[in-house]
Design a protein around this ligand. Structure first.
Ligand code: SIN
Length: 485
């Protein structure tokens, strides 16, 4: 691997400040999804190592929570700086294990680091309240305290930023963490752990357990009464399992789950900008983000014009190896993901969908799926109700505002939504009517550190980033002072 800082390539779990191998020497492979070649063999953490990591995090919590906010902030800032100093290498690791183009990977590293910077600042603003007492001799004060040990289960689609988005607020609050990264992309997580060690976090404050047995690690984190908070980003199916497993210990839980984002284009929209936004929000990370637009709804009068411009823009995107200059769409993550997309495209075709560009994988043994546009999409197709998680854009036609709001909300998901239009009254009406945690208005790009990221309905709960992001790692304690005569 071509890295300037070879120290960033780690293949063992990081527990209590030590790099630890599997007790029985078990390993699993990390594969480059573009070349299908093995990049590394990573030690498989055992269940008892996960339990040890939890125990060490518990011990470290007693120390870390006592650090002043300023001291925690300074260590976080050092970690932030190290991430930026090593951004090229971190991006390289990310691209070869995940597939996204190098430029996009670099964007993710900076995006991820920005959460560390932000929460390094927020650590110092963990304010409580004074509340006017309910009786003459009473005084009421609240303080916010760190919840304790946090379990963070993170996905393969953002192997770096989804770690920092959870871990930075947890650490800022005074919590300690046990991170379980996706088994498909553990190297980015371990590289972050290496930088955390250099930044000077005390042993046990950050632990990373790598394992291909996600169910076992998840179950261990959920069952532990020491872990007081679980934060998970991933599918709604797995989120529901984890939520049930957390019930026995009544853990605080944050879930950032699947989406089925509508992207609505009204007939008064700036068409070129809408096309640009629809390309950006659909094909980022080869369509593999929870907030990618999933269903594009275009008003009747502009439907054909939109399709023409959109198809032309989609068809000219350069696909291929993420390490090569100019690539904007890389491979999908694994074979079963490609098969899922193949199935839903065939389903759409069999029900009258017309493929305007793309429609298939680039060659039989590759994970590259062509960027695809499907016209004449209808609600009986799988693309309407399933999260596509691939570079496929079904385009639906609608007539009225009421109709499109009903279509957009006709899903159990409620993460991101988007629309383009100019009429300001309609903008307010539609933004208020969309049952989603996030609404992009005349933009296809909504992710930023400073805004609360999260969903409603079966897309989960909790907010990441922004001034709200630390709340999920804090408990409010109320103190009632009596006898103040
Ligand atoms: C996600 O897909 O889960 C995260 C996307 C983002 O932060 O932009």
């Amino acid at each position: 691997m071509n890295l300037s800082n070879i120290n960033l390539l780690k293949t063992d779990s990081y527990i209590n400040g030590e790099w630890v191998k599997s007790p029985d020497q078990k390993t699993f492979n990390v594969i480059n999804p573009f070349t299908n070649e093995e990049i590394a063999r990573v030690s498989e953490a055992s269940k008892s190592q996960v339990e040890e990591a939890i125990k060490h995090a518990e011990d470290a919590f007693k120390i870390w929570r006592k650090f002043t906010a300023g001291k925690r902030s300074r260590i976080l800032k050092k970690w932030y700086k190290l991430q930026l100093d090593n951004a090229q290498d971190l991006a390289h690791i990310l691209t070869i294990e995940q597939g996204k183009p190098l430029n996009e990977a670099l964007g993710e590293i900076k995006y991820g680091a920005s959460f560390v910077e932000w929460f390094a600042e927020e650590a110092k603003r963990n304010y409580g309240d004074t509340i006017p007492g309910h009786a003459r001799d009473k005084r009421i004060v609240t303080i916010k305290q760190p919840i304790g040990v946090v379990g963070a289960i993170t996905p393969w689609n953002f192997p770096s930023a989804m770690i920092t988005r959870k871990v930075a607020p947890a650490l800022a609050a005074g919590c300690t963490v046990v991170i379980k990264p996706s088994e498909l992309t553990p190297l980015s997580a371990l590289a972050l752990a290496q930088l955390a060690e250099e930044a000077g976090f005390p042993p046990g404050v950050i632990n990373v357990v790598v394992s291909s047995n996600a169910a076992e690690v998840g179950e261990t984190l959920c069952a532990s009464s020491t872990v007081r908070k679980l934060s998970f980003t991933g599918s709604t199916r797995v989120g529901k399992i984890l939520l049930k497993q957390c019930a026995d210990t009544v853990k605080k839980v944050s879930l950032e789950l699947g989406g089925n984002a509508p992207f609505i284009v009204f007939d008064d929209a700036d068409l070129d900008k809408a096309v640009e936004g629809a390309v950006a929000s659909k094909y980022r990370n080869a369509g593999q983000t929870c907030i990618c637009s999933n269903r594009i709804f275009v008003q009747e009068k502009i439907y054909e014009d939109f399709l023409e411009k959109y198809t032309a823009a989609v068809a000219k995107q350069k696909t291929g190896n993420g390490l090569h200059d100019g690539t904007v769409i890389g491979p999908m993550i694994q074979e079963k993901a490609v098969q899922f997309v193949e199935d839903i495209v065939q389903d759409a075709q069999s029900k009258g969908g017309v493929i305007l560009t793309g429609g298939q994988r680039q060659s039989a043994d590759s994970l590259m799926f062509e960027p695809t546009v499907i016209a004449n999409a209808t609600t009986d197709m799988k693309v309407f109700s399933n999260e596509i998680f691939g570079p496929v854009a079904p385009v639906f036609k609608f007539e009225t505002e009421a109709e499109v709001i009903a279509l957009a909300n006709d899903t159990p998901y409620g993460l991101a939504s988007y629309f383009y239009g100019r009429d300001y009254a309609r903008i307010w009406r539609v933004a208020e009517a969309l049952e989603y945690g996030m609404v992009g208005i005349n933009t296809g790009m909504i992710s930023t550190t400073v805004a609360p990221f999260g969903g409603i309905k079966e897309s989960g709960f909790g907010r990441e980033g922004s001034k709200y992001g630390m709340d999920d790692y804090l408990e409010i304690k109320y103190m009632c002072w009596g006898g103040v005569e």
